[in-house]
Design a protein around this ligand. Sequence first.
Ligand code: 5AD
Ligand code: SF4
Length: 439
Amino acid sequence: MQKYYKIVTFGCQMNVHESEKIAGTLESLGYRETKDEKDADVVVFNTCCVRGSAEQKALGNIGALKPIKKQKKDMIIAVCGCMTQEAKMAEYVYKTFPFVNIVFGTHNSYRFKEYLLEVLEKKKRVFKVVDDEQKLPIEVESFRTSGHNAWVNIMYGCNNFCTYCIVPFVRGREKSRPMEEIVAECKKLVEEGYKEITLLGQNVNSYGNTFKNGKNNFAELLKEIDNLEGEFVLKFLTSHPKDLSEEVVKVIAESKHISHMIHLPVQCGSDKILKLMNRNYTVEHYLKTIDMIKSYIPDVNLSTDIIVGFPGETEEDFESTLELIKKVRYNTLFGFIYSKRTGTPAEKMENQVPMTIKKERVNKLLALQREIEKEKFQEFLGKTIKVLMIDRKHDKVFGKTDCGINVIINGVEEFKVDFVNVKINDIKNTKLIGEIVDE
Ligand code: 5AD
Ligand code: SF4
């Protein structure tokens, strides 16, 4: 009889891709995906712990499965990811939810198959949270679920220890995959027809730093992938402002395939707070980097992350953040309310900001960004841009620019996932609207 699985993913793209690897394992064992957990024989929760809200959501979702599992005793429930890499949280999940069969973390997630088979054979609960932070994980075949886009890990872990961030504690130290292996994976993906490849790493700019030969940096990796034959867009996430080099920016500017979209999280516009955050750059340095990028890539599409309400953030500090945003004029901005994470240095810092103020600030921040976005969208009117068609619903075709802006394309006669030139003639909220033109 056909067996089914469902994976519930929280958090970032790294997790989305890790879930594709878990799906790969389940598919190889003959399971197929279902959208409804009531039909599932295996349910996996791939969790996030970057903010408290993500943890609460995951815990709520796991708890909600209890009555279903009561009806379906053979159902196997696994909880993994960043939240259960933290020993205390993993134990909490194991104790609080006795109906959960498997608990494991990020360092050993590639061993999921073993754990699943152990539960199936021995009918015992499995608890495997290990600290293997130096080791490069073994790559597991993915069952890709992101349509035209393929995620590719280039490195794991982070050495930066920003004082608010839990990631270095749950993802371990930085380790890079060998360049030949990454290039070979990308080549295969392009040959298979993927039109977009997104390289993933917590800090892609320090790719290769751990290699002993001192060779193979991020710029070289980008160049190698850019040299591959075929029509595709190459993207990458995430860059750290202290490490993004002029060399990398030049490679992007001169490339055939690399998207002009750069995600460069600034987090805050006050030097005092940046120091407390241990970000290792100043506002001046950040703005110089932005100028350097704009000089090589005038049509760059910049995005950023901002944390409001970091301990000690005064009204004046917050105003500096707004000033910085007005100067840079990002295309996209992700605004977060600071969330205290156990074990991070910021947890113990004085002058924690009250929630009411944090909410006020994030609302103000997002309102400013909406204004900027509206103005920036006007710049597209009348322009012809390259768009990747990705989906069709009724008579509407949905696409994306190289920089990730959503486009509705009217009057498409023949739809297939492919690149077309679109003349933009209208704007609706955060979408551009246009028609295909020959060019
Ligand atoms: N609270 C709020 N936001 C956080 N981020 C990381 N840690 C925290 C935290 N403790 C944000 C940062 C990072 C993004 C992925 O999540 O802005 O760039
Ligand atoms: Fe967290 Fe900073 Fe590392 Fe990003 S660079 S994952 S914010 S510690």
